[in-house]
Design a protein around this ligand. Structure first.
Ligand code: UFG
Length: 348
């Protein structure tokens, strides 16, 4: 199939491209590289450009003529969306309208959309099923909900069938070591926990060698949530299992020719403290942490019911265990630091 992928140079996009490419699909990635990495696009063609640019899009659609669209490109950081909502409405909604206008004009009939568990806001009951009321607790979640609504209207008016995948907490890194989880500003829990582990290791080295001290600690945002240990609970899902959901969604769209909405999560929740505990086991390092006030926009608990995606799409996670998810991240992060240390030594 000819598939146009927006945001394919990003974290989830690049992992999905790798799976789609291995299946032999003809791929074109468009990405403005504001957060993504060109080198992470392992299959297909690449064009740098912005989906807010209708001239760029017209050129891309009329030359590539895609049959399907997989739309990842978006701003995705919950606290940033609370501070700068207009950026989120622009990047996630204005841009999506421009993109879908081009897709409809060029008779694209299938789309897979990166939606989010953030559409549910503070859930009334756990695990969350797809028909749970959608009341986003932050602007990011609101833009994803509106994105789903735009697609539903495009189905009715233009026959553009779509699958909206409501991602829970994407985590882990390509176990084959070819891809990255590398953001200029990191806000996600698991990478920050592992960076705190690395800082603890560095501190130990320095203390041994030259008597210096220092290093980062993990800030735990809120210890007074109505959860067993007071910290927020999330459903962490390996990025490769998330990528697989896109493959199955495209197959389902080709076969069934109708639209659908699916949660993508493992159905098991872990608190911030549990994530730190498992990371201590995986890394063998202490991981210093400190409790600080809540972060605005964070729901207490988000855990998926994944029954629908398992039943309808036949999805089954290959790496559901938190320990293995964190190990795949640790493989990546521990090597990164070793690599950069070598590079610094080489430059001296
Ligand atoms: N957290 C900390 N300290 C940190 C970073 C995070 O305590 O330094 C906490 C957060 O408060 C939250 C949990 O760890 O309770 C997870 O935070 P992340 O930033 O890793 O992830 P979020 O749950 O905020 O958001 C992620 C994605 C969203 C998506 C959401 C769906 O970034 O795009 O999962 O569950 F909508």
């Amino acid at each position: 199939m000819k598939i146009l992928v927006t945001g394919g140079a990003g974290y989830i996009g690049s992992h999905t491209i790798k799976k789609l490419g291995r299946q032999g699909h003809e791929l074109l990635t468009i990405d403005n590289l504001s957060t993504g990495h060109r080198g992470a696009v392992l299959f297909g063609d690449f064009k740098k450009g912005d989906i807010r640019d209708p001239v760029f899009l017209r050129r891309v659609f009329s030359s590539f003529r895609p049959q399907a669209l997989v739309h990842f490109a978006a701003s995705v950081i919950v606290p940033e969306s609370v501070e700068n909502p207009l950026l989120y409405w622009d990047n996630n909604i204005s841009a999506m309208i421009t993109l879908l206008r081009a897709a409809v004009e060029h008779q694209v009939k299938m789309a897979v959309f990166s939606s989010s568990a953030a559409v549910y806001g503070e859930p009334e009951k756990i695990p969350v099923t797809e028909d749970h009321p959608r009341r986003p607790a932050n602007p990011y979640g609101m833009t994803k909900l509106v994105g789903e609504g735009i697609l539903a209207d495009c189905d009715l008016a233009h026959g553009l069938k779509s699958v909206c995948l409501r991602y829970f907490n994407a985590s882990g890194v390509d176990p084959e070591g070819e891809l990255v989880e590398d953001r200029e500003v990191e806000t996600h829990l698991i990478p920050l926990v592992l960076k705190a582990a690395i800082a603890a290791r560095e501190k130990k080295h320095r203390a041994k060698g030259r008597g210096h001290s220092g290093g980062k600690e993990l800030l735990i945002f809120g210890n007074d949530y109505p959860t067993p240990d007071g910290t927020c609970v999330r459903d962490y899902i390996h990025v490769n299992d998330l990528a697989q959901a896109h493959i199955l969604a495209l197959e389902w769209l080709s076969r069934e020719k109708r639209s659908g909405v699916f949660n993508v999560g493992n159905g098991r929740g872990y608190s911030v403290r549990q994530v730190i505990e498992v990371s201590r086991r995986v890394t063998g390092l202490p991981i210093p942490s400190r409790d600080v006030p809540r972060r605005p926009g964070d729901p207490a608990e988000l855990v998926a019911s994944s029954e629908k995606i398992r039943k309808v799409l036949g999805w089954k996670p290959e790496i559901p265990e938190l320990e293995k998810i964190i190990s795949s991240s640790w493989n990546y992060f521990s090597k990164q630091v070793a690599g950069s240390r070598k590079q610094v030594a080489g430059n001296q």
